[in-house]
Design a protein around this ligand. Structure first.
Ligand SMILES: [Zn+2]
Length: 268
């Protein structure tokens, strides 16, 4: 997105319904139209589009949201779930499509971002240097919840969802039901490495969760790229020494209403 959108000026904002998960900001058209995009970034699960007027459009893809970039002059007709269409000075477009409408579009001032309710109290970015084994260990120290719930808590670490937590716990060899406070410093070290590995692989593969996931340019993503355990109940775990005749392969359980997949032998 950054490669295509940086430096573009928004010439038209076509908002095609009043709300997604929450109402669109009342000033969206006024704050976007006529302004240049300075940078694109990300915080946790939010895409940040920073404009020259000091405003930031904050975009959350929800469950099924996707961004399509339409090249200059390419024929485009809005589809049913195209909810927001931005036109640019080079006659290209950006389309936000979201069939289930769990996505969100918010606006804020660039200097007020950390105070925005979406980000207030949010933990470190897992791929930043500010996230480390000592930082994670300190965050887990007094937590009486399961390690799975702790890693989904955005105050501990930002941006991890259900699939990536399952995967990271498998790679780190930690049982998802372990009480967070019992995770040792050595295990925090393994977890930090595992979280980064899982996220970097997912980013390289272009996203992961839904069958209709597409890249920003409209190409299909490599959905569900080789997960180690997620959605693989009963199958052997990759690179694991467990005996499948005894372990019956990868197990599935429900934790806090969400599916967790794990190896009962490797993860203790
Ligand atoms: Zn195993």
């Amino acid at each position: 997105m950054e490669k295509v959108l940086r430096g573009r000026t928004i010439t038209k904002v076509d908002q095609r319904r009043p709300n997604l998960r929450v109402p669109f900001p009342a000033t969206l058209k006024r704050d976007l139209t006529g302004y240049k995009i300075e940078t694109l970034g990300r915080r946790a699960k939010y895409i940040l589009m920073q404009l020259e007027n000091g405003k930031v459009m904050i975009l959350h893809l929800g469950m099924s949201g996707r961004v399509l970039l339409i090249p200059p002059g390419k024929k485009y007709e809005p589809e049913k779930h195209d909810h927001l269409i931005l036109d640019f000075d080079d006659r290209s477009k950006m389309v936000f499509n979201d069939a289930r409408r769990f996505g969100m579009v918010l606006l804020d001032d660039e200097n007020g971002l950390e105070k925005n309710p979406a980000f207030a109290g949010m933990g470190p970015e897992p791929l930043d240097n500010s996230f480390s084994a000592p930082v994670l260990a300190a965050a887990l120290e007094n937590k009486k919840t399961s390690i799975k719930a702790a890693l989904l808590d955005q105050r501990v670490v930002a941006g991890l969802g259900n699939i990536y937590v399952s995967e990271a716990l498998f790679h780190a060899g930690i049982h998802p039901e372990r009480i967070a406070a019992t995770v040792t410093h050595a295990e925090s070290e393994k977890l930090v490495k595992a979280i980064r590995k899982v996220l970097n692989e997912a980013i390289a593969a272009g996203g992961s969760t839904l069958k209709d996931y597409r890249h920003a340019d409209g190409e299909l993503g490599y959905f569900q790229h080789h997960f180690a355990v997620y959605d693989r109940a009963g199958q052997p775990c990759p690179g694991c020494r467990c005996d499948i005749s005894k372990s019956k392969g990868i197990r599935k359980m429900t934790q806090g209403g969400r599916s967790t997949y794990y190896c009962p032998e490797k993860q203790v």
